[in-house]
Design a protein around this ligand. Structure first.
Ligand SMILES: OC[C@H]1O[C@](O)(CO)[C@@H](O)[C@@H]1O
Length: 532
């Protein structure tokens, strides 16, 4: 296989199992995804509620609600002011993720999560009580900051807590809670749209996922990796014993200490991450989130009600799209949880990519045949609309078990400890830039490309599938601090990461070569003896 690289377990085994403690800890931490998902699901619906538009965007209200007739169906939802309101959050999240990376590294993963929850909670309160556009914008900036902190810290937390054999499944719980957030928000919107000032409940309701996340983070322990990184070795070892459910965690512990020693030599993660030996990881931390958004998934997520209306679902469009696409998105994410540590990341990426590609071509052709370039379908038979919806669902499922969850998993597991937080910040920033970009220009693109919009994204899906096939080595079953080896064995990346690691990871007992390293490990050994 072109990019397959090395064998699954890389010869390294750590004892220990997936304990109930880790499982619960990871479920709680993954709740960080709820706040992101809730916002994705809520904002599209709220910005189409007439009362909300009338209060905050009267000119949009006049254009969209009072004069809905337009000559071309593909162009009638075009309103830049409103999309700017929705997508401004992503810019705030982008900037916040850079600050989050420093806090995550220096003060721990847990504190970043807590900050994220608190900022998001304030944003939700201000938005729910909003009296003017300024309050709305301040609220959205706070929501964005909360999301930036959560998305930066939660995936790293999950990847570090998990035993390496279940890392994929546990990390994907983050995406799973994003999908729960989206689905819940869409359903809430459907009902609040019918009551007076319902938009306040929708926006203010974001307090609920925020509180779940805040309370959760208050009780979460920090990861052993982060405790060691901050000099708390004793506590880290105790924590590792608890989460792995065994007494003898020496092999894993010494590897973590070693990774931390290397990490201490790095004073400036942002300049270090640009070094040649981090080139493969940096490439993936930038391309994976960009490609994730260029699948076109958010066109379906943000604008499904619009699309469903366009293909003849009338007034039930928003509920239908919430239940259908949101439900499929959620259920299909389970498939990924079950498969990712068995079949690996590459198989899911490639299979999901091909599935999306085929669906996009079918959807584009069927919309072209019925809607032409005017966007006017005339009478649309039920079987025809159902046919299109079916392929939209198969497309959503393909995304939900591949690029959706793997877009968070892979970047969080490939970086060495010293630049892991910075790497995750790059991942979040690129994801946010592209989410912003797609949300901003979708309505313009629909107006210009018409049904060809699906082909536009299909071209990217084709390119990204080829890219994964050739360049991504398999990361399944490789301990997180052993990950550097996969690059030096890969046909392409080995020219950036030659096998000349000065402190090759190994397990005790062994011969130590660095005085600094020897000293530190000796301290740990002494500590052990004292404990014994
Ligand atoms: O589940 C779909 C959602 O997942 C994301 O890609 C995040 O991973 C969002 O951008 C999208 O709305």
């Amino acid at each position: 296989m072109a990019g397959g690289g090395i064998g699954p377990s890389n010869g390294k085994e750590y004892p220990g199992k997936l304990t109930t403690k880790v499982l619960i800890t990871c479920i709680v931490a993954a709740c960080g995804g709820l706040i992101f998902g809730y916002d994705i699901g809520i904002s599209g619906g709220v910005t189409s509620m007439p009362k909300f538009l009338e209060k905050f965007f009267p000119d949009v209200y006049a254009k969209e609600v009072l004069h809905t007739v337009s000559t071309n169906q593909y162009c009638k939802f075009n309103s830049s002011k409103l999309t700017l309101f929705t997508s401004s959050l992503y810019l705030a999240a982008l900037v916040a993720s850079w600050f989050a990376s420093t806090i995550t590294r220096r003060m721990g993963r847990r504190l970043s999560m807590l900050f994220g929850g608190v900022l998001f909670c304030f944003g939700a309160i201000i938005n729910g009580l909003a009296q003017n556009v300024a309050m709305l914008i301040i609220g959205r900036v706070l929501l964005g900051c909360g999301i930036g902190f959560a998305n930066q810290s939660v995936p790293v937390y999950l990847s570090e807590m998990a035993p390496f054999k279940s890392r994929g499944a546990l990390n994907i719980m983050f995406q799973m809670s994003i999908t729960i957030g989206i689905l819940a928000a869409n359903l809430i919107n459907y009902f609040t749209a019918k009551i007076k000032d319902g938009w306040r409940y929708s926006l203010g309701g974001a307090v609920v996922p925020a509180l779940i996340f805040i309370v959760g983070s208050l009780f979460l322990p920090d990861t052993p990796n982060s405790l060691i990184e901050r000099g708390n070795k004793e506590e880290a070892k105790r924590r590792l014993q608890i989460i792995r459910g065994i007494e003898n965690v020496d092999v894993e512990f010494y590897d973590l200490v070693e990774a931390s020693e290397r990490s201490k030599e790095v004073k400036h993660p942002w300049s270090n991450i640009r070094k040649r030996r981090n080139r493969p990881q940096l490439t993936f931390a930038m391309l994976i989130p960009a490609f994730q958004q260029l699948t076109g998934m958010n066109v379906i997520m943000f604008y499904a009600p619009v699309l469903f209306k366009t293909i003849g679902f009338g007034d039930t469009a928003s509920l239908m799209s919430a239940v259908i696409t949101g439900g499929v998105n959620f259920v299909a994410t389970f498939v990924s949880i079950l498969a990712v540590d068995r079949v690996g990341r590459r198989v899911l990426f490639i299979e999901g990519g091909l599935q999306m590609l085929v669906c996009q071509i079918i959807i584009a052709i069927s919309i072209a045949l019925k809607f032409g370039t005017s966007g006017n379908p005339g009478e649309l038979p039920v079987w025809y609309a159902s046919f299109v919806v079916f392929f939209i669902c198969v497309y959503v499922a393909g995304f939900a078990w591949s690029w959706g969850p793997l877009g968070w998993l892979v970047p969080s597991e490939i970086f060495p400890l010293e630049v892991r937080s910075a790497g995750q910040a790059v991942n979040v920033s690129v994801n946010m830039i592209f989410t912003f970009f797609i949300a901003e220009i979708f309505t313009e693109m629909l107006c210009v490309f018409k049904f060809g919009l699906f082909i536009f994204f299909a071209v990217f899906v084709f390119i990204m599938t080829l890219f994964i096939y050739h360049f991504l080595p398999e990361t399944k079953g490789i301990p997180i601090d052993e990950m550097s080896k996969i690059w030096s064995k890969h046909w392409y990346w080995q020219k950036y990461v030659p096998n000349d690691d000065p402190f090759p990871p190994q397990s005790p007992p062994r011969k130590l070569h660095s005085p600094v390293k020897e000293h530190n490990i000796q301290m740990v050994v002494n500590m052990d003896e004292k404990e014994a």
